[in-house]
Design a protein around this ligand. Structure first.
Ligand code: NDP
Length: 459
């Protein structure tokens, strides 16, 4: 290692990617420091995946209690206490943050609390100290952004949604992406009156068309007032709530309005210009396949690079970085066929190509689709459908996409993701015996392709 360095590696940002990289690099014998200005765990643990899923479980109980009646149960006196849920959730997040800190300590990583700024390609200022490192890894994540428009100081983002003092009675959620549908489902499940407002023709742009249509239908069935092709032009204070002026001329009064209109990389005030690190249009750090920036000793991983903003992706990028720089086995992360899920109600999960992408990539494709009422809902009486879909390249019979909307979709698609990653053909799916009675077995029992051509794929 070069002499005169305080550390071999300084990691800026203590989220999922940064912490994993720091620990693993330290495990190879490197002298590693990490700087975090807020809380260890980053978006996923502190104000993302983990607390979101806890709220999502909480929201599901309303339906669970209702469904129980179909199975002979009488549930009396069920009441929901938002403040208790938030307090318990915060306790769990504190516990997880503690685990992250302990893992770093046990791995021999030196932690610094404070904002880090690059002074040049090797020196990093953290608070009032300056350190020099051979290699720098930036893993600062991203933050939610509000749309342009008047009055958004009256709105909240997902960050604040986790800390509301009480469950709002009327909520508007603006956006049609992951966060918008997840929070619309959470608030709706907990009993709030929810309006979801989205500028485009259908929510979840970029997902398979059948997924989008199915989920939108289910959200509406569950009571979410979904307004597509609608914008929020202006917000104004109205009593304790907010008045929304919509692009169709309607005025909507709500207690809370939440923007879920995208996220931006955290690259402000990081000293990137001083270090000569190139950024793109959204402020994202530009990297090559090995997560190397425009400076050869500076790397970046995770949301700050605006590749795939998913925790497990950041973690794999971290592992690839450590293999490349510290284990002498350079490798890039494979960003294809990454399974993903939306924790809406019902859940969505998907891996591989959408129908449109598959048609563009392969030309002729076979589509297998099944829509059914899950066994559970025959007795519960709930009007909730499950939709499953496989996309197969006709020439090779390789399964190139799997999509599901319904109960436990993420738990099911994780396994299908392995098959797709392994290049399984439809014949291998067919040769796999189903587990009965499950919804998952449908993925290995769909025999008849849907008649072609299927309906127009979405943009
Ligand atoms: P997304 O990019 O998924 O969605 C943003 C939404 O806001 C889109 O519907 C977009 O519309 C809309 N929008 C953007 N700008 C404006 C504007 N100016 N006015 C009105 N509407 C606007 O972002 P999210 O914030 O939901 O999530 C960010 C990322 O975080 C996700 O892409 C995902 O990678 C990750 N994530 C993953 C989760 C998971 O794995 N379960 C959960 C949450 C987040 P349009 O479609 O027209 O562009």
């Amino acid at each position: 290692m070069a002499s005169g360095n305080d550390f071999d590696l300084i990691v800026v940002g203590g989220g999922s990617g940064g912490v994993r990289a720091a620990r693993m690099a330290a495990g190879t014998g490197a002298r590693v420091a990490i700087a975090e200005e807020y809380r260890y765990g980053g978006t996923c643990v502190i104000r993302g995946c983990v607390p979101k899923k806890l709220l999502s479980y909480a929201a599901h109980f309303r339906e669970d209690f209702e469904d129980a009646a179909g199975f002979g149960w009488t549930v009396e006196g069920a009441r929901f206490d938002w403040a208790r849920l938030i307090a318990d959730k915060d306790k769990e997040i504190d516990r997880l943050e503690g685990i992250y800190e302990r893992l770093l300590k046990d791995a021999g990583v030196t932690s610094y609390r404070g904002h880090a700024r690059l002074l040049d390609t090797h020196r990093v200022e953290i608070g009032d100290q300056v350190f020099r490192a051979e290699t720098i890894l930036i893993a600062t994540g991203g933050h939610p952004i509000f749309p342009p428009g008047h009055g958004w100081d009256l709105g909240i983002s997902s960050n604040e949604a986790f800390h509301l003092k009480s469950l709002p009675g009327r909520v508007a959620v603006y956006g049609g992406g992951y966060i918008a549908v997840e929070f619309a489902s959470i608030f709706n499940g907990m009993g709030a009156e929810v309006t979801q407002i989205y500028r485009g023709p259908q929510i979840l742009r970029g997902f398979d068309d059948d997924v989008r249509d199915t989920l939108a239908g289910e959200l509406v069935t569950k009571g979410i007032d979904l307004r597509v092709e609608t914008m929020i032009d202006r917000l104004e204070k109205h009593g304790d709530g907010v008045r929304l002026h919509l692009s169709d001329g309607e005025i909507l009064e709500v207690d809370v309005v939440m923007a879920a209109t995208g996220r931006r990389p955290n690259t402000e005030n990081l000293g990137l210009a001083a270090a000569g690190v190139a950024v793109g249009e959204k402020g994202e750090i530009k990297v090559d396949a090995y997560s190397r920036t425009s400076q050869k000793n500076i790397y970046a991983i995770g949301d700050v690079t605006d590749r795939l903003a998913l925790t497990p992706v950041a973690i794999q990028e971290a592992m690839a970085f450590v293999d490349t720089v510290y284990r002498g086995t350079p490798r890039s992360m494979d960003h294809s066929d990454v399974p993903t899920a939306v924790f809406s109600m019902p859940t969505v999960s998907t891996v591989g190509l959408t129908e449109l992408q598959a048609r563009q990539a392969y030309g002729d494709v076979d589509i297998y689709r099944s829509t059914f009422r899950p066994l559970k809902h025959t007795l519960s009486g709930r009007d909730e459908k499950t939709m499953m879909k496989l996309i197969v390249d006709r020439a090779t019979q390789k399964v190139v996409g799997a999509h599901m909307v319904g109960l436990d979709a993420p738990e099911i698609i994780q396994g299908v993701g392995i098959a797709i990653k392994a290049g399984a053909t439809k014949q291998i799916f067919d040769a796999t015996v189903g587990i009965h009675p499950t919804a998952a077995e449908e993925f290995v029992t769909m025999r008849e392709p849907v008649a072609q051509p299927v309906k127009k794929a979405a943009e």
